[in-house]
Design a protein around this ligand. Sequence first.
Ligand SMILES: [Fe+2]
Length: 387
Amino acid sequence: MAYDRELAFIYRNPTRLIYGENTVNEVEQEVTGLGCSRAFVVTDEGVAAAGLAQRVEKALGKRHVGTFDRCIQDSSLQIIREASDIARSKGADVLVSVGGGSVIDTTKGMAIVLKEGGKIEDFAGMQSLTRPQTPHIVIPTTAGTGSEVTYFAVIKDQDHSRKLEFSEDHIIPNVGILDPTLTVGLPPMLTATTGMDAFCHALESIHTTQSSPMTDAMAMRAIEMVMAYLPQCVENGKDLFARGQQLLASTMAGIAFCNAQVALVHAMAHTLGGLFGVPHGLANSILLPHVVRFNMDVCGDRYVLVARAMGLDMKEIDAENAGVAVAHAISAFTAKLGIPQKLSEAGVPEDGLVNASEVTLTQGPMVFNPKYVGDPQEILGIYKNAW
Ligand SMILES: [Fe+2]
């Protein structure tokens, strides 16, 4: 059974991107270019300890008015409140995030609070903002989230063990500075799992109901680049060329999924992150082949594109068997990277799977999955396979 492709779509890609070694030094110029003069840096302790935030502060020179360095994994409502209060007291007119997805998403939340006032939780949801938010320059130190180019933020609500999703055109960052020298210190396992988040964005943007030829192009090239360069990044973290290619792949996959959305894999990964603290890239990496097998009877034609991008031998591959080939190749690829293959190895308790299945059904990305899922039992089957 084929599914209908959307015949109309919007393609957004408003973020100004600067790529290259040591481009971090151009941050002051970018601040000025935005018509701003008081830059507030947002980061986490690990990034600060590695000296990366200091490189940005130095490059900002007299434009630097303060730094918040206590971002945490998956962010939190409380952290956004605290950091926004400090940024406001410093008179910040532009935010510069330096870090991975959690730091960038925290800063997207701050951009809203600084502009709109009120509580960040009141803005959860889709497209409720009606004007540009506080300007935001992103300098990623990981290569997987693509958050520097997306209109999404995911923020943990610790009191309710859930993740709040924000989808707003007005939180797409204004500038992304892609400097591979900032990613060389990322440890091998984190490099591998965040790198697979990028792969997952690319694959999901190919199989969602919102995919288009424009997002397919970005996603397929991103998959090629992850296949070619992620193993090199894991093996030799100091390989700047490989790091740069992976960073670009992450951004390209980000552009793809900002427009084509993500689907069931991310709905499940967000659930496992919210309930059990499973790192996002790890959850995606484990779940991905299982979801491909689940979806393949309705979108085998899409997995032909993925197989081609993965460099599989296409002589024997068609819409009937592409899903099986892709799922198998993903598992082989992630096993070679040293990533755990089962949810049981990722801290997910078996007796939590039923609840996880029900929570997954309520997640936003579910509506974009190529195969309609209305019964939590179907999701439970996937969780069990992956456990
Ligand atoms: Fe993701």
